[in-house]
Design a binder for this molecule. Structure first.
Ligand SMILES: Nc1ncnc2c1ncn2[C@@H]1O[C@H](COP(=O)(O)OP(=O)(O)O)[C@@H](O)[C@H]1O
Ligand SMILES: [Mg+2]
Length: 406
């Protein structure tokens, strides 16, 4: 390391040069298990980046984190940190720090003593240790409580101590495994903002594991959505939400309606409306569209179907609205009739659940009621339905969709 890196260290990053991470085709098979907990798992993280691994229980999030930390041996693949292969390097020499859901502090020690503990094994004078630990407690907003026993602290405060204890060793990589899951909602939101702020301040490369999609989208530079031991898609939060590449990702990130439709190559016929598709078509014919609640809107049953106004509720509109190739679909006959099941007022937006009976969807061979969740913003004041109302659900045509095989 020459002068340049020393300078970088002083000016940009108090924790030394940030580390990039490259996990390549990692397999993890637990002893006695037939399935791969990690299956050709690959993850490339830029120095100083905060990546969230998001996924349901058992998809391999913790295993990915523990493998990176060196807490698990891996059966295939390699793990690089700052360009160096650490695959065989033991956990205590990887210079990483981990924070878990359970605070795992010493309850009979004070906050300061807990933070100092991480430094005690290192060759450093007691005064220096104390000063360093104190600075770290200040960073997490706990300077006032330095001398309090951690067993007398709230969950949120204890997790701040755990964070300070992890950071005080100036790790190359910070690993957080569902660190907020045990906390109540308000503290969870506060602390995630704090973690993000501190992570930015220190520039520490961080991997944060959660099953909470809102949390993931809120703090990540990039979110990797995990499924069956690998990352199905990794992208910045906005891209992930607007351009999910798979049905799993679309369903896991944000609310999604599953709507039977007809694929027509570069567009789809949905409720008699021809709507552009987001992803490349996989086939033509019967398909399933994944539509965000905010991409749907409501009108009165009569509107938008002038030709059949009088019989709008008696005749399945989709029958007049669509033909197999969709060419006869027009804006005036678009939408599907349904009955409002519930209305949830959520302040800036209102969420409306609508149930559509199968006879409204004759061309797509739907045999059960279809539930649609529609999200209206405060701007959508023109039509505010109540429970039991018949409504027409339509697709905002500028919204794109994900399509999958049916
Ligand atoms: N110590 C273990 N021994 C055997 N199987 C395990 C062990 N830990 C996790 N697994 C299995 O590996 C898979 C991934 O687990 P894990 O990484 O804990 O998932 P997540 O953190 O996403 O909930 C699961 O099927 C789980 O049952
Ligand atoms: Mg886990």
């Amino acid at each position: 390391m020459g002068r340049k890196s020393e300078l970088t260290m002083m000016t940009h990053n108090p924790h030394g040069e940030a580390a990039g991470i490259d996990m390549v085709d990692v397999d993890k098979i637990y002893p006695g298990s037939a399935v791969k907990a990690l299956d050709a798992f690959s993850l490339d993280i830029r120095p100083g980046e905060l990546v969230v691994l998001l996924g349901g229980s058992g998809c391999g999030k913790s295993t990915a984190l523990r493998s990176l930390a060196g807490l698990e041996d891996i059966q295939a693949g390699r793990i690089m940190v700052s360009g160096q292969d650490v695959t065989g390097v033991p956990v205590n020499r990887r210079n990483m720090a981990m924070v878990f859901q359970s605070y795992s502090l010493f309850p009979h020690l004070t906050a300061l003593q807990n933070v100092e503990f991480g430094l005690a094994v290192r060759h450093m004078s007691r005064d220096k240790q104390r000063a360093k630990a104190m600075r770290q407690l200040e960073m997490v907003g706990l300077a006032d409580l330095a001398d309090r026993f951690t067993q007398e602290m709230s969950g949120g405060q204890q997790q701040r101590v755990a964070l300070a204890r992890a950071l005080v060793i100036e790790p190359k990589v910070l690993l957080l495994d569902e660190p907020l899951s045990a906390l109540d909602a308000k503290v969870r939101v506060q602390l995630r903002e704090e973690i993000r702020r501190i992570q930015r301040e220190t520039g520490t490369t961080t991997v944060f594991v959660t099953h909470d999609q809102e949390e993931a989208l809120a703090i990540a530079d990039r979110v990797g959505v995990m499924n069956h031991g690998r990352i199905e898609q990794i992208a910045d939060p906005k891209t992930l939400y607007e351009r999910p590449e798979t049905e799993y990702v679309a369903t896991f990130v944000g609310l999604t309606n599953h709507v039977p439709c007809l694929s027509m190559g570069d567009s789809a016929l949905i409720f008699g409306q021809r709507v552009p598709m987001l992803n490349a078509p996989i086939h033509e014919g019967a398909a399933q569209a994944l539509i965000r609640p905010e991409a749907l809107y409501l009108t009165s049953p009569e509107s938008g179907d002038r030709r059949h106004e009088a019989v709008a509720s008696a005749v399945p509109t989709s029958r007049v609205a669509t033909s197999a190739n969709g060419t006869s679909a027009t804006a005036t006959s678009a939408g599907v009739l349904g009955r409002v099941q519930s209305v949830h007022f959520l302040g800036p937006l209102t969420r409306v659940d609508v149930v559509v009976s199968p006879d409204q969807l004759p061309q797509v061979h739907q045999d059960r009621d279809m539930w649609l969740t529609v999200q209206l913003s405060v701007q959508d004041t023109a039509f505010s339905p109540t429970v039991g109302d018949m409504v027409r659900v339509r697709v905002r045509s500028q919204e794109t969709l994900v399509l999958s095989r049916r």
